[in-house]
Write a protein that binds this ligand. Structure first.
Ligand code: XIL
Length: 313
């Protein structure tokens, strides 16, 4: 079989891997995770959907378990995601007309989740996917309707900083490589947040891309994000073979690594791959793409063998 030196030893920055609790019982997965990666990002277990109960209580059983499993293996954990337009809950909806209480519950959620994992995580995605798909500005969502368009984001970062004075706090979004308008909106939001004094410590670009992404788009995006002076995280990279020429996959993965390595060391937060083997991918399980498609978006094949993309990476 093709051999591959541990990726994490070759990288000049931390390497992350998306993980779910059940995968820690799969020997093929743990082999790839422990050999090649420094830290994991939970695919699901730390999202509001997994933690917040209908009555507003919090259930940390799943997130605790995931964090414990990762730490047993010597892997770090990157927290994902506190506030996301796609997830809310009846306990917040019930407060939609009572701004003061809504704000208290919102800040309380952030404080309790972050407080629980203080000292155990290497960073947090505080606000995930705030920009509209067409790039025309901020999404309208439960949070923005209650707390204002920039308001809910500023409030989230402030509450997060209060809960943990040290951990890096990220703003994260997708399609920044393929959609320059969305990238501009994301960057102007980040600039407004910094001007408003929000404790933003880094910028994440998910980098869920397809094989038809032109050369240079990843590099350009990482550079533009870094121009604000903050650390940059390529936070969820996968390269779908559903569109474009699959032969371009290795060089797209390599471009992400090179773009990160070209940043000043203090700005290289790392590159996180959104799954280990192709069969682990959310695109296979049926995300936005055709669930039946034989997508091969990751670095290792279904049997855990390194693909050309892993060699390039
Ligand atoms: C995805 C997970 O991979 C899936 O397992 C889950 O069902 C839905 O969420 N952007 C994000 C991630 O920020 O949280 C998403 O993860 C992928 C897109």
């Amino acid at each position: 079989p093709q051999t591959l030196a541990p990726l994490k030893d070759a990288a000049s920055f931390p390497l992350g891997l998306a993980a779910m609790t059940g995968q820690f019982d799969d020997g093929g997965w743990t082999q790839v995770a422990r050999t090649h990666f420094d830290r994991i990002t939970p695919e699901w277990e730390m999202k509001m959907e997994a933690i917040l109960l209908e009555d507003g209580g919090l259930d940390f059983s799943r997130s605790d378990q995931l964090v414990a499993r990762a730490r047993q293996m010597g892997l770090g954990v990157f927290g994902h995601a506190l506030i996301w337009y796609a997830q809310g809950g009846p306990s917040f909806e019930a407060l939609a007309d009572r701004p003061a209480e809504f704000r208290r519950a919102y800040r309380g959620y952030i404080a309790r989740v972050m407080g629980r994992y203080r000292g155990q995580v290497t960073g947090w995605d505080v606000v995930n996917e705030p920009i509209r798909d067409d790039g025309s500005g901020l999404r309208d969502c439960l949070w923005s309707r209650a707390l204002g368009q920039d308001g809910y984001i500023i409030e989230a970062f402030e509450a997060a900083r209060e809960a943990d004075p040290d951990v890096p706090l990220f703003l994260n979004d997708y399609n920044l490589e393929s959609n320059p308008a969305k990238r501009r909106s994301f960057l102007t939001l980040a600039e407004r947040l910094l001007r408003a004094g929000a404790p933003l410590s880094g910028l994440g670009t998910q980098t869920h891309i397809d094989c038809d992404l032109p050369d240079g788009a990843i590099r350009q995006t990482v550079r533009e994000l870094a121009a604000l002076g903050l650390p940059v995280h390529v936070s969820e990279i996968d390269v779908s073979t559903d569109a474009g020429d699959p032969a371009r996959q290795p060089r797209l993965f390599a471009e992400a690594v090179e773009a990160m390595g070209d940043l000043p060391p203090a700005q290289r937060f790392g590159v996180t791959v959104w799954g280990a083997r192709d069969r682990d991918s959310w695109l296979r399980r049926g995300g936005e793409h055709n669930p039946l498609s034989p997508d091969r978006p990751l670095l290792f094949d279904d049997d855990g063998r390194p693909k050309p993309a892993a060699q390039a990476f």
